[in-house]
Design a protein around this ligand. Structure first.
Ligand code: FES
Length: 252
């Protein structure tokens, strides 16, 4: 947790970043951002005071048409826990939400998507530290569609006519129908070659031909704090290419 004041723009903690840099080196990731660069990227201009949470907070997705399991269980605006997810369940969440001085959670922050799949059938690329990203089949997606940063959902929106197989549960972006396959995690690079400045990252697989997004959304590395799911930083380079100012979920 990071204490944040009106004029204080700390973003991630130095401890978190240094730990992430070590992880990036051992994983062979391309970490090209400086601490200062990453810190500024993690500093959307928020004017709220309070503790910034590294955990994920449940939120209602925009335009939800189907029953939301975590809303029915009274979990909206609370911190997500691993034990709350059955295999096949997902949730729209906010990462870096704020807890104010009265202990209330304000769901402003960065968009996330938590998904729990069958650990044994999840397709994971070789050469990546699986334990940094997947816990009992659960992983976290930075939920900013790579086309125009809308917020995709999983199983919570009514089916679009554009879905080719209505029984196939892809993560679905309601803005222009891009689809991402939650059964497959995939190694990407952005910007794409031959631009050598790109950063390698692990993302949820973008289904070719299904919507205009041209690559997967990146995963957020995870840790557990007891049963609470905590987001961390491992691939510093990738964060240069995320539009945090646009991605931030506006404060109430
Ligand atoms: S913003 Fe997601 S498909 Fe356009």
């Amino acid at each position: 947790m990071v204490r944040r004041g009106i004029d204080e723009k700390e973003g991630i903690t130095r401890r978190s970043f240094l730990k992430g840099a070590v992880g990036a080196g051992t994983a062979g990731f391309l970490g090209v951002a400086t601490y200062g660069t990453v810190r500024s990227l993690f500093s959307p201009d928020r004017k709220l005071q309070g503790d910034v949470l590294d955990t994920f907070v449940y939120v209602n997705p925009q335009g939800a048409a189907l029953p939301i399991w975590y809303a029915e269980e009274g979990l909206v605006n609370t911190e997500a826990r691993l034990s709350q997810f059955e295999v096949g369940e997902g949730a729209n969440v906010v990462w870096k939400a704020i807890r104010d001085s009265r202990g209330n959670i304000i769901p402003t922050g960065l968009p996330g998507l938590l998904i729990r799949m069958d650990e044994d059938t999840l397709d994971f690329p070789q050469g990546y530290p699986r334990d940094d990203f997947v816990m009992s089949g659960l992983f976290a997606v930075f939920n900013c569609c790579t086309h125009a940063c809308c917020r995709p959902s999983w199983k919570l929106l009514s089916r679009s006519a554009y879905l080719k197989d209505p029984g196939y549960d892809n993560v679905y972006c309601p803005c222009h129908d891009s689809q991402y396959n939650p059964r497959r995690l995939f190694k990407y690079r952005h910007p794409v070659p031959p631009d050598a400045s790109g950063a390698e990252y692990l993302g949820i697989y973008k289904e070719p031909g299904l919507g205009p997004a041209d690559r997967g959304m990146p995963l957020i590395p995870l840790e557990l704090e007891g049963d609470k799911i905590v987001g961390t930083v491992k691939n510093a380079g990738w964060y240069q290419y995320l539009d945090f100012k646009r991605a931030v979920i506006s404060e109430e």
